[in-house]
Ligand binder design. Structure first.
Ligand code: DQA
Length: 166
């Protein structure tokens, strides 16, 4: 069977650079359905992630778009400069073959995150077109999902812990 990107990860010894990808409607975080997504804005989540990443000598490049094509373009344009992705594809998680193909084509490992527990919601959210390519999936911890996802990704890239390193 073909090896998945997560199986191909080699231990990264140089400073790590991660692309943080946010899909449609995540620009509205803070005021969008706070019972599902919490009250923190995307800018606040970015700031939390930057603080955590800085402590680990990791640099982050952020992107949010409501447009599937722009997201695919961004993945293509940034692949050469990142080691991995932290992905909240939002609704595109459940629909986008194009994003799946872009991430697979990048040959970079990624962690899929969701603010809400998608499995406790409508059944169409139980399907992800990304999960089987991901190192792992973290859902339901609001903004902390991103922080847990970042920790898992860094551990995976450094090759120092169990996370995805079997
Ligand atoms: C989401 C869950 C998706 O089902 C939804 O379309 C989103 C956000 C989350 O973070 O919980 O926009 O990815």
């Amino acid at each position: 069977m073909a090896k998945l990107p997560q199986d191909r990860t080699e231990r990264v010894r140089e400073p790590i650079r991660i692309g943080v990808l946010n899909g449609p409607n995540l620009n509205l975080l803070g005021r969008r359905e706070p019972h599902h997504y919490g009250t923190q804005t995307l800018a606040e989540i970015e700031s939390l992630l930057r603080d955590r990443a800085g402590a680990d000598d990791v640099s982050l490049v952020f992107f949010q778009s409501n447009d599937e094509g722009e997201i695919v373009d961004w993945v293509q344009a940034n692949t050469a400069s990142v080691h991995a992705w932290l992905v909240n594809a939002a609704a595109l998680t459940h629909t986008s073959v194009a994003l799946r193909d872009a991430l697979a084509g990048s040959d970079r490992p990624f962690v899929e995150v969701h603010l809400s527990n998608v499995f406790a919601r409508e059944s169409f959210r139980h399907t992800s077109l990304l999960s089987d390519l991901a190192i792992g999936v973290i859902a339901g911890f609001r903004a902390s999902s991103y922080l847990f996802g970042l920790d898992a990704l860094v551990q995976h890239l450094r090759g120092g812990a169990e996370a995805g390193a079997e």
